[in-house]
Design a protein around this ligand. Structure first.
Ligand code: LLP
Length: 419
C-alpha cells in the first residue's frame, strides 16, 4: 500500500490535493501518478535484469489507457496482449509489433489472422491454434504456453496454472507441440506459463520455473531445439492491506533466474506483471452522496460502485480507503462504503473505521490502477468515469467521461417498433 502525504488534512496525489482534482474533474475519477508507474516499472525490470537479460511484457489487461501505455513505451517496456483490441491499443501507443506478444485463449481464426497480419509474435495456447496459424503464416515468431500444473493466486477465479484450468498445452504434450511446430515450418523461440494473479510469495514462481526448465531440457535433448527465452508469466502480488507484505522482488528474481541460468541455454527471462506495475499508481476518488445509519450498519453511499471498480464485489477483494479531505483525522465510526448499483453485493469496502463521514466528503480507494477501469462496466446504464494523470503537480485528463448519449449510440430500434 502506498503512503500518501497531506497538507492541512488534505490528501495529496503527485503533489496535488485530491479535493482540487475532484473540483475540476468531478467524481468518480481514476487518478494515476506518473512517477509511480515509472518507478514500479524500473523496480521490476532492474530486479530481473541485473541477474540476466530481462524483458518486461507489461500485461496491459490490467490497464490499457493510451497515456499509461505511452509512459511504459517510453520506459522501454514490452507488452503482453490478449486480444486484437489490446494489440491495436499498444500499436497506437507506439509499441512496434516485435515488442508485443499475443497470448490469447480460445482464439478465433479471424483474430489469429488479424494479429498475424500485424506481425505480432503469437504465444500459442493449443494444438488447434498451432494448426490454424500454420495455414495463415508459419513465418511468424511463436512460442508456447504450457500448463505447468502449478497454480496460485488471490482467488480461485484467477488461478490459471492449475491442471484443471482451460489454459495452456498440457505439460505431458508440450514437447510434442514443439515437434509439430517445427514440422509445420515454424521456428519456436520461447516457452511460457502463467500460474495466476496476485501471488504474494516467491515459492510458486520457483516451482513453475522448475517445470519450465525441465521442459526446456527435454526440448533440447529430444528435438535439438534451443529456445531463446523463458517467460514465467505475471501475477506478482501487491500489499492491498496495510498488514500485507510486499513481494521480495530480489528473492523472486534470484530464485527463478538462478534456475534458468543453471538449467537452460535461454538468453533471456521474460516477466509479465500487470498489477505490480500499475495497481498502486492509481486511486479512485468518489464523493459521499448519502450517509445512512441503520440498526446494523453505517453506510457511506458514494457515486462509484461495482460498475466503476468490480474487484470487491467480484472477488471479495480488499482495497484500503481513506477520507481524502479528512486525511489526518482519527477514526470515529465504522462504515461500509457502498455504491449506487442496485445489488446488495455492490460495495467498495466493508467495516472500515473512518472519521465521521458526511455528504460531500471525498473517499479515496487505494490501489485501483490494475483491473479497475479495465473491468468497469456500464451496468445500470452508468457511463464510464474520467481518468486523469498527475505529474509533478500538473493534472491532465487522459480519458473523457462517457455520456449517456454514448451508451445509446450503437443501439438500434427496428422501425416496426416505432409505429
Ligand atoms: N500474463 C498472463 C498470461 C495473464 O493472464 C495475466 C493476468 C498476467 C500476465 C498479469 O497478471 P498480474 O501481474 O496483473 O497479476 N482481474 C483479476 C486479475 C486477473 C488476471 C488475469 N491474467 C484481478 O482483479 O485481480
Amino acid at each position: 500500500m502506498r503512503k500518501f502525504e497531506s497538507v492541512d488534512g488534505q490528501m495529496l496525489i503527485g503533489g496535488v490535493r485530491a479535493t482540487e482534482i475532484v473540483k475540476k474533474y468531478g467524481t468518480p475519477v481514476y487518478v494515476t501518478d506518473e512517477d509511480a508507474v515509472r518507478s514500479n516499472y524500473r523496480a521490476v525490470f532492474n530486479a530481473f535484469d541485473k541477474r540476466m537479460p530481462a524483458r518486461i511484457n507489461y500485461a496491459c489487461k490490467a490497464n490499457t489507457n493510451l497515456a499509461i501505455l505511452r509512459i511504459l513505451e517510453q520506459e522501454g517496456s514490452c507488452i503482453d496482449a490478449v486480444s486484437i483490441g489490446e494489440v491495436e491499443a499498444c500499436l497506437r501507443a507506439g509499441f512496434t509489433p516485435d515488442r508485443i506478444m499475443y497470448t490469447g485463449v480460445n482464439v478465433s481464426t479471424a483474430e489469429l489472422k488479424a494479429v498475424a497480419a500485424r506481425r505480432v509474435p503469437i504465444n500459442i495456447d493449443s494444438f488447434s491454434e498451432l494448426e490454424r496459424l500454420a495455414m495463415i503464416d508459419p513465418s511468424l515468431p511463436i512460442s508456447f504456453r504450457v500448463n505447468p500444473e502449478v497454480g496460485a493466486g488471490h482467488h480461485e477465479k484467477v488461478v490459471t496454472g492449475a491442471r484443471s484450468t482451460k489454459f495452456g498445452i498440457p505439460k505431458d504434450r508440450i514437447v510434442e507441440a514443439y515437434a509439430e511446430a517445427v514440422q509445420l515450418g515454424f521456428r519456436p523461440s520461447g516457452l511460457h506459463c502463467h500460474i495466476g494473479a496476485g501471488v504474494q510469495v516467491a515459492d510458486p514462481f520457483v516451482k513453475a520455473t522448475e517445470v519450465l526448465v525441465s521442459i526446456m531440457q527435454s526440448i533440447e535433448k529430444e528435438l535439438g531445439l534451443r529456445l531463446d527465452f523463458v517467460d514465467i508469466g505475471g501475477g506478482i502480488g501487491i500489499p492491498y492491506h496495510p498488514e500485507d507484505h510486499a513481494m521480495d522482488l530480489d528473492a523472486l528474481a534470484e530464485g527463478v533466474t538462478s534456475l534458468i541460468k543453471n538449467g537452460t541455454s535461454a538468453k533471456r527471462i521474460v516477466v509479465e506483471p500487470g498489477r505490480y506495475i500499475i495497481a498502486d499508481s492509481t486511486v479512485l476518488l468518489t464523493t459521499v452522496v448519502d450517509v445512512k445509519e441503520t440498526p446494523d450498519k453505517n453506510f457511506a453511499g458514494v457515486d462509484a460502485g461495482m460498475n466503476t471498480l468490480v474487484r470487491p464485489a467480484f472477488y471479495g477483494s480488499f482495497h484500503h480507503v481513506a477520507v481524502a479531505n479528512k486525511f489526518d483525522r482519527p477514526a470515529e465510526a465504522t462504515y461500509d462504503v457502498v455504491g449506487p448499483i442496485c445489488e446488495s453485493g455492490d460495495h467498495l469496502a466493508k467495516e472500515r473505521a473512518l472519521p465521521r463521514v458526511e455528504e460531500g466528503d471525498v473517499i479515496c480507494v487505494y490501489d485501483a490502477g490494475a483491473y479497475g477501469f479495465s473491468m468497469a462496466s456500464n451496468y445500470n446504464m452508468r457511463p464510464f468515469p474520467r481518468e486523469v494523470l498527475v505529474h509533478k503537480g500538473t493534472v491532465n485528463l487522459i480519458r473523457e467521461r462517457e455520456t449517456i448519449e454514448d451508451l445509446m449510440r450503437n443501439q438500434r430500434i427496428p422501425s416496426r417498433l416505432m409505429l
